[in-house]
Design a protein around this ligand. Structure first.
Ligand code: FE2
Ligand code: ZN
Length: 229
């Protein structure tokens, strides 16, 4: 992956301060949610608006783009629209943080991704049933716009063997998305999207993957799974 320069408006200073544990302890930057999921203020509002504008422009030039996968009727795959280099850069910028937060998921070596826009609204996707992602780590960044509902609900991290087991009460946590804030979680951290009540929510989803982990080196660990301890 190359490392193209980013404009100063792409990221807030919070991204860098979040890498320091002392600042996150003060409540700025990185915030732990549950089960190894985190929230991180990442983009200023004008950067969110710019992303949405650029994505809309790219879609208008490619009107027949397909939804990104079988879970969605709406949304769009972003790499074919030309956003690959920017997404590569985002992943590289976050790599030190991902290495620290996700050692069990090869966070230091996330070198590939499937990245797409999701769209929730009464006329778009309305909700999403529980599932795990085909990623080592998922980056879920709310870009806007105005909405209520469509919370992200976590349902416990599990290894594949224990994927169908019930979540414990303390593992169930609903997060209200805020534009500009990135949610980070392991791909195997089960989750769903609650029904949208009003407005439109558009989020960038990055399924970050480790080529070497998928080839079996290093072998996958299961110690992150509470039923596997
Ligand atoms: Fe998901
Ligand atoms: Zn397990």
């Amino acid at each position: 992956m190359s490392f193209p320069p980013l404009g100063p408006s792409d990221f807030t200073a919070d991204l860098w301060s979040a890498l320091q544990p002392s600042t996150s302890e003060r409540g700025r930057g990185l915030r732990a949610l549950c089960g190894g999921a985190y929230a991180l203020p990442l983009l200023v509002p004008s950067a969110c608006e710019r992303w949405l504008t650029e994505i809309a422009q790219a879609r208008s030039r490619a009107p027949h783009s397909e939804p990104p996968n079988s879970m969605h009727d709406h949304g769009v795959d972003l790499v074919p629209l030309g956003f690959g280099p920017r997404l590569d850069a985002l992943l590289l910028r976050l790599q030190p943080l991902l290495a620290r937060l996700y050692p069990h998921f090869d966070g230091a070596h996330l070198d590939a991704h499937h990245s797409y826009l999701v769209e929730y609204g009464r006329d778009l996707d309305e909700s999403l049933a529980w599932h795990a992602d085909d990623s080592e780590v998922t980056l879920n960044l709310c870009l806007g716009e105005e909405f209520s509902g469509a919370e992200l609900t976590f349902l416990g991290l599990r290894c594949r063997e224990h994927m169908q087991t019930r979540p414990k009460p303390e593992e169930v946590l609903s997060i209200e998305h805020e534009p500009g804030t990135l949610i980070l979680h392991a791909g195997l951290h089960r989750h769903r999207v609650e029904p949208i009540v009003s407005g439109t929510r558009r989020n960038l989803i990055v399924w970050a993957r480790s080529t070497r982990l998928r080839r079996g080196t290093p072998p996958p660990a299961a110690s992150y799974c509470p039923l596997h301890a």
